[in-house]
Every structure is written in structure tokens, then in C-alpha cells.
Design a protein around this ligand. Sequence first.
Ligand code: NAP
Length: 283
Amino acid sequence: MTLIYKGRETAVRIDKETAVRVTALREKGIAPCLAVVRVGERPDDMAYESGLMKRASELAVNVRRVLLPADVRQDAVERVIDDLNADEAVHGILVFCPLPAHLNERAVCERIAPDKDVDGTTAMSAAGVFLGKPIGYPPCTADAVVRILEDRQVPLRGRKVCVVGRSNVVGKPLSLMLIGKSATVTVCHSATADLPAETLAADIIVSCAGRAGLIGRRHVRPGQVVIDVGINFDKDGRMCGDAAAEEIDGIVGAMTPVPGGVGSVTISVLMSHVAEAAGRKRL
Ligand code: NAP
């Protein structure tokens, strides 16, 4: 039988810890606050924003929304970031990406002060992940994968993990975080010669390739844990992950569903980073 690791269950446990932390901060007169900067009105951003605002309100985390027109100038966005960096009441800054094409996204993200970079977008946060030091924060999705594995008590030390995907936002930071947990990590990508050979050799497969059906029957064996980060849409417009869930269900030991898996944990991780940021400086 394959266990289904529902993200919501891990999210609830992370939220409980965050709520305790927020209460302690508020008793000290600190109200954790996340600033979200949204340029334009992309439906994806607005959906994420409304989910985030709901969770923040449940956890007593303040959210300051900064909404900018789609044709905003680079210097205006950068001024907004500078003001938020300087504002002591703001502990975390999230910029919805991708930004419109006329903006230099990297320059905007790099402007976020590392101690407020709760979504891990700056080079300083990447350095923190690389060094395993609390400089900035790891990207929320990569952190969500590690939290799910830890929450489900999946041992990492000495275990073989195959990460499929090497992007700067998910695969690469995740691989480094797993090395930090003493896992033996193999990173696969589009030039990997024999993907099934790599995934079959692993105890844990994390797929973050963004390819529906990439991980099928011939990639898995009994006992493995499959964490599916992919968000794709099938030909009928239904959301699905990278794993052909119906093929591997019944073979692997455990897997995360899509939807309802890693994605459900990401906002909880973000809120935990905001609470941590609010406490890092002053507690
Ligand atoms: P990305 O930048 O497109 O990176 C995809 C990675 O997968 C690349 O490294 C690519 O290899 C590799 N890849 C593509 N096809 C492959 C194949 N056939 N075999 C092996 N590797 C392959 O994507 P991303 O931003 O990392 O996101 C990955 C997925 O996670 C997407 O579906 C995205 O929507 C999803 N996501 C989910 C969450 C969440 O909260 N659940 C958050 C963020 C992203 P190359 O480097 O060689 O091109």
C-alpha cells in the first residue's frame, strides 16, 4: 500500500509552531509583518496572495500589500523595496515573480535586504543555503520539501535522494539542503542520460522538473518515497504533478499528491520564515 503524504497535515503542524512563535513575539510587542509587492494583476499572483492573506490572518501575521501598476518603472519598484527594507515594522518582503518583461527582475529581487528575504530570492540567501548558515532564507518550496520529509520522519542521513530538476528556485537549493542533512544526493536534469537508472537507485525521489508523467512505473520500485513538486496541467486542464500518480500508486511506499502536496506546505513555510525574521533580530 502506498501512503499518501497530504501536505495539509504537515502544514497544520508547521502552523501550530508558527502560532506559538507569533504569540511569544506579540507578547513582547512585536507584530510579525510580511510585505507583499505585486506588479499588475496576474491571476496566479492574486490567487497566491489571497491564500497567503487568509493564512496570515489565521496566524496573526500582518500583511502589507503594495500593489503597483503593470507599467510601473524600475526605479519606482526599487524605491518601494528600499522603503520596505528601511521600515522596522516590516520583517519579510515577498515580490511576486515573474515581473513584467520591461522590469529587471533580478535587480529588484537582489535589492531585498537578506534578513527580510523570506522567500530566498537573493544571492545572499543562496549563499546561506550553500554554506548551511542562517544568512537570508531558503526558497520556500525547497524548504517545504525538507519539512515534509522531516515531518514524516523519513530518514535522510546516509539515504540516497534523486532530485530531478536543477533550477535555482527549487532543484539546486533543495539538493544543497539535502546534502546538509547528510543525504547522498544525485541531481538529474534534461541532459541526464538514463533517468530511470538514477531514480531506481534512490531511496527518495524528488521531482521538480515541471513535466507531467515524467516519473512513471519504470522509474520506481517498492519502498521509495516520491515527493512531487511539479505543477502541470493535463490535456483536460486538470492540475497534475510530475509523477504519473495512477501508475506509481501501489508500487512506491509513499508519495505526495498534486494538488494537495508540496504546494499546500509552501505558504506555511513562508509564514514560519516571517515569524523567524521577526524574532531573529530582537529576541
Ligand atoms: P524550471 O526552472 O523549468 O526547472 C525545471 C528543471 O527540470 C530543469 O533543471 C530541467 O533541466 C529539469 N527537467 C526538465 N525536463 C526534464 C526531463 N525530461 N528530465 C529530467 N529533468 C528535466 O522549473 P522550476 O521553477 O524549478 O519548477 C519546477 C516545477 O515545480 C514546475 O512544475 C513548477 O510549477 C513547480 N513548482 C511548484 C511549487 C510548489 O509550491 N509546489 C513551487 C515552485 C515551482 P535543465 O536544467 O537541463 O533544463
